[in-house]
Design a protein around this ligand. Structure first.
Ligand code: HEM
Length: 460
């Protein structure tokens, strides 16, 4: 039986085109040999075959949906029919291995109370109070740079965003440990491998074993946050950690440590690396476009005249925000995100088979010439006050969409705007001479091997 579709009666349904591949294995080689997601391949397939194209990876069907109205159908109109985690494997494969059924990975009924609990912390009035912390840590980073010649900007952005998320959400002081960064990277690689090379269970023992080790590193950090808070005895701070630790179930009993841990880990991971990668790409594009860097610095100097930005300065820094939004268009850090279907269904007038994966790809949508003039060109003017209103809905979704839209979207934009303003007011950054920049697209996209940049100090 096919579940109802919003647009078509069953008799009109058709099969989506399948990207040509090899007998038996289909497109497996493209997916399994790529360092992350094969985005260029997916992009070409979307351009060639249209709104939905099917890839086969062995027996697994992956449908890439790249029409805004169909994306809207999945993320908004029929949100309850599509699952966030592989069906039946919710906590043993994909992100669920690491995050359990926390807010990012839980489905429908289990997700709703978690979103309701955390949402108030992300309201504009609340996040406004984080602006000074963000500026403070931006200052701390540039103080640390001093007269350095070359820095790995990706590592530095990871560090500063980690300081900020730990302080604002958990009142915790963290220093960026290589073990944590490595665990984070491995967790993403394992998750992507789970989705795009779904081998039978007996072939994934190595991956399963590695996942257990990675989870331990991540869990230990989070447990430390909880232990420190309990030791302090004051659980009445109004941050996420207190909120989670004080949560009660319907019977008034404290929720399990695991529930608390899953959500701390989710917010900790989702809340820093995404913004760090976005800023990393910002500096890459600004170096390639010196006129845009000059325009940005002129705006920032004009508004701030050397002081730190505050929440009330943000509306006066529109070009800063345009640069960030354009970076999230051309290199969206969450380049593709999946949904899972357990039963035969249809989207638009296309049939989709049970037990498949749907890919929604901001990257593919953001590079579609139907919606963007010169999509391969970095151009912040796409987001000028004049042009932004003309972007079709659901053609730009760096933060996803519908009820599951990123809960941290305002936090992230504010953080990126503040950090960018602090940094470019003090330094101009240029790519180190011998570096070739290759993106690795796991769950989030970052430059392979980091981004070494030469620092040029501005006014002292
Ligand atoms: C530039 C930065 C960021 C980007 C590009 C980004 C992107 C995304 C995307 C695309 C989704 C939806 C995934 C899906 O529908 O499957 C998402 C969800 C989420 N993000 Fe972000 N994010 C960013 C920053 C943040 C920050 C700063 C936080 C926390 C402070 C955060 C926390 C979350 C959470 C908890 C969810 C799950 C929401 C739910 O399902 O209810 N993100 N993010």
């Amino acid at each position: 039986m096919i579940t109802k579709t919003a647009n078509a009666s069953e008799s009109k349904l058709r099969q989506p085109p399948t990207a040509p591949g090899l007998p038996l294995i289909g497109n497996a080689i493209r997916f399994m040999t790529s360092k992350g997601l094969p985005l260029e391949f997916m992009n070409e397939a979307a351009a060639r075959y249209g709104d939905i194209v099917r890839f086969k990876v062995g027996n697994q069907s992956i449908y890439l949906v790249s029409a805004p109205d169909l994306v809207h159908e999945i993320l908004v109109k029929r949100v309850n029919e599509f699952h966030k985690a592989p069906i039946g494997l919710e906590t043993s494969k994909g992100l669920g291995r690491f995050l359990g059924t926390g807010i990012l990975t839980a489905d429908h009924e289990e997700w709703r109370p978690q979103r309701k609990l955390i949402q108030p912390l992300m309201h504009t009035q609340h996040i406004a109070s984080y602006a000074d912390t963000m500026a403070h840590f931006g200052q701390k980073l540039v103080d640390l740079w001093g007269d350095s010649a070359v820095r790995d900007i990706h590592a530095d952005m990871m560090q500063v965003t980690m300081w900020i998320i730990a302080e604002t959400m958990f009142g915790a002081d963290v220093t960026h440990t290589p073990a944590l960064a490595a665990a984070d990277h491995d967790a993403q690689a394992i998750t992507v491998a789970d989705v795009q090379s779904p081998l039978p269970g007996f072939m994934t023992h190595g991956r399963d074993r590695q996942a257990v080790e990675v989870k331990k590193v991540l869990t230990d950090v989070v447990q430390r946050f909880m232990d420190e808070r309990r030791a302090q005895g004051n659980q009445d701070r109004s941050d996420l950690l207190s909120l989670l630790m004080e949560t009660r179930d319907e019977d008034g009993n404290p929720v399990s440590d695991e529930y608390v841990r899953n959500n701390i880990l989710t917010l900790f991971l989702a809340g820093h690396e995404t913004t760090a990668n976005t800023l990393t790409w910002v500096f890459r594009y600004l170096d390639q476009n010196p006129d845009m860097l000059a325009k940005l610095q002129q705006e920032v100097d004009g508004v701030l005249a050397g002081r730190l930005p505050t929440f009330s300065d943000l509306p006066s820094l529109p070009y800063t925000l345009m640069v960030i939004k354009e970076t999230m268009r051309i290199e969206p850090t969450v380049a593709t995100f999946p949904r899972f279907i357990g039963v035969d269904t249809a989207v638009g007038d296309y049939r989709l088979e049970a037990n498949s994966v749907i890919f929604i790809s901001p990257y593919v949508l953001h590079h579609d010439p139907r919606f963007w003039s010169q999509p391969e060109k970095f151009d912040p003017e796409h987001f000028s006050a004049e042009n932004e209103p003309n972007i079709p809905k659901y053609a730009y979704l760096p933060f996803g969409g519908g009820p599951r839209v990123c809960i941290g979207n305002h936090f992230a934009l504010m953080e990126a705007q503040i950090l960018l303003a602090v940094i470019v007011s003090r330094y101009s950054l240029h790519l180190a001479a011998d570096k070739v920049v290759e993106p690795v697209r796991l769950i989030t996209s970052s430059p392979e091997g980091g981004l070494p940049m030469r620092l040029e100090r501005r006014h002292s």
